[in-house]
Design a binder for this molecule. Structure first.
Ligand SMILES: Nc1ncnc2c1ncn2[C@@H]1O[C@H](COP(=O)(O)OP(=O)(O)OP(=O)(O)O)[C@@H](O)[C@H]1O
Ligand SMILES: [Mg+2]
Length: 496
């Protein structure tokens, strides 16, 4: 219908964005420095770079950070085009290996961290070229104007010149992370170095499949080692079969990682990953053309719970489903389309069950060792004057603990227990058990398990304080009702 619309009779008025306001808005897109650098590296990989060098020179507010690559580079005209915000239409069909989508990343990622940045590039057999965006200059002119400037003190032009082809992105007014810092302050410098460590481990995760395939990313001259969330090389890993949909373009593969007891402490710590926690790393890992977008997240489908720590699920996407999956400019969000949600949930449930089984199994093994030890049921059957009664076990460790803290209330508690015992509707329960088709649930089934877990934790701490070893304490707890129903929680005792 639009094609038939006749615009010629209308008066028109230009409503162009104001350059400085627009760039200030770019700055609020929400990149962190690590996601911003990853966005720049996407461009290097798309340009076929084999080597990428990230360097920085700490000089307080004058710190410079650069990302240099030996990719195909750009000539002058291409570079000016590349510096334009929105230089490509997100609806364009891209090469299947292109990691870009919006024609924005170079600019939005850079402006998220800097007020001024320069791109130097060289295409094979072409002259080196460079252009800078300077937000102060844009503010002055109120126009989308680049300046042909490259900071003199840097030797980055020489570095690019030495390559057959390549590109260097130089961030040189890093106000977001160096504002109010002092070059000679240890505190400022240490904070900056800590941030750089975060960047490094983020890149080792986001680009692990490229690094494993031979792309070198150097951080201050040292090669970044890949961090593989699935620990593919480890013995004891249980990979699940691939599930494919949308013409086999989308591939899901679940992994149940090896239990702690099967890993050396070095490997166990490796598994904690950049987020330094197994629990924070459970969930889906969404890759777009092997580039990691989402690193361990249940995408709103499930909650993070410790007993699913061993569960990690890979989702591989091509680069032509970005709209369906709502990929964002920062390449850090992916939302599965409604039409695949059920399929994804059912794959995940299977992997989660298997991951949980590992903990259950461990608990059961531990429990078997204990057959000779005393078992503490909560209820006991007793006979009185030829009749059956049910009594609460006064030797149950939870009651013993309660009585020691009862501060004179022991008699009252005892009275309440007796009332519960004497009025428990055994005939009604028996009738229901026989006639109701609904099965009887196990203790705390379908409820929040926090109460069980907290009680287990308190008991564990008390036992350890009273001189029991870790194993003795765990065995004791596993022999107490209702904890015996939840061997999967035994694992976490003593770790949290
Ligand atoms: N390191 C580089 N080497 C060669 N060309 C590059 C490099 N960086 C950027 N370009 C060119 O500049 C263009 C714009 O990059 P930019 O990151 O702004 O957008 P994009 O990668 O196309 O999409 P997205 O916004 O999703 O990142 C790229 O499409 C590419 O043609
Ligand atoms: Mg890009």
């Amino acid at each position: 219908m639009n094609n038939e619309f006749d615009y010629s009779n209308f008066e028109t008025a230009l409503a162009e964005p104001d350059a400085s306001s627009m760039i200030e808005t770019f700055r609020a897109i929400g990149y962190s420095i690590e996601t911003a650098i990853a966005d720049i590296i996407d461009n290097s990989i798309t340009a076929d770079a084999k080597n990428i060098w990230i360097d920085y020179i700490w000089e307080g507010p004058n710190t410079v950070l650069s990302i240099l690559d030996d990719g195909n580079g750009m000539n002058n005209e291409q570079l000016i085009h590349a510096m334009r915000p929105g230089c490509k239409n997100p609806l364009d069909i891209r090469d299947s290996d292109d990691l870009g989508r919006f024609g924005l990343g170079l600019k939005t990622a850079s402006f998220s961290q800097t007020r001024k940045f320069t791109v130097i590039s060289k295409r094979i057999d072409c002259k080196i070229c460079f252009w800078s965006w300077d937000l102060d200059f844009v503010n002055k002119l109120h126009s989308w104007s680049l300046i042909k400037y490259c900071p003199k003190e840097s030797n980055f032009t020489e570095k690019v010149e030495q390559l057959t082809s390549g590109t260097c992105v130089m961030w040189w007014d890093l106000d977001r992370i160096t504002k109010d810092t002092k070059e000679d302050s240890d505190d400022s410098k240490n904070k900056f170095l800590e941030t750089m460590e975060i960047v490094k481990s983020h890149l080792s995760m986001v680009f692990h499949r490229f690094i494993e395939n031979g792309i070198n990313i150097f951080f201050k001259g040292r090669k970044i080692e890949p961090w593989d969330p699935f620990m593919i090389e480890c013995d004891g890993l249980q990979p699940k079969p691939e599930v494919k949909f949308q013409d086999e373009q989308i591939i899901i593969k679940g992994f149940v990682l090896p239990h702690r007891s099967k890993l050396s402490s070095e490997k166990y710590n490796y598994g904690k990953g950049p987020k330094c926690s197994w629990t924070a790393h459970q969930g889906f890992y969404v890759y777009r053309k092997r580039r990691l977008l989402v690193a361990g997240d249940w995408l709103g489908m499930f909650k993070n719970e410790v007993h699913y720590d061993l569960c990690r699920i890979r989702i591989d996407l091509p680069n032509n489903v970005d709209e369906d999956w709502q990929i964002d400019i920062k390449k850090s969000i992916a939302r599965p389309p409604l039409k695949y949600k059920d399929q994804i949930i059912s794959v995940a449930k299977e992997v989660r069950t298997q991951a949980l089984e590992v903990y259950r199994h461990k608990g059961k093994i531990l429990k078997r060792k204990l057959s000779k030890d005393e078992y503490f049921p909560f209820w006991e059957e007793r006979a009185r004057h030829g009749k059956r009664f049910y009594k609460i076990n006064r030797n149950h460790p939870i009651l013993i603990e309660l009585f020691t803290r009862s501060n004179g209330l022991k008699g009252d508690i005892e009275k309440v227990l007796q009332f519960i015992e004497e009025t428990i509707p055994v005939p009604l329960i028996t009738l229901q058990e026989n006639e109701n088709i609904l099965p009887h649930g196990q203790p705390f089934e379908g409820k929040d398990h926090d109460a069980v877990r907290n009680a287990m934790k308190t008991m564990y701490q008390n036992l350890i304080m009273n001189g029991k070893t870790d194993e003795q304490a765990k065995l004791f707890i596993l022999n107490i009702e209702p904890f015996n129903f939840y061997p999967q929680y035994i694992e976490q005792l003593g770790i949290e």
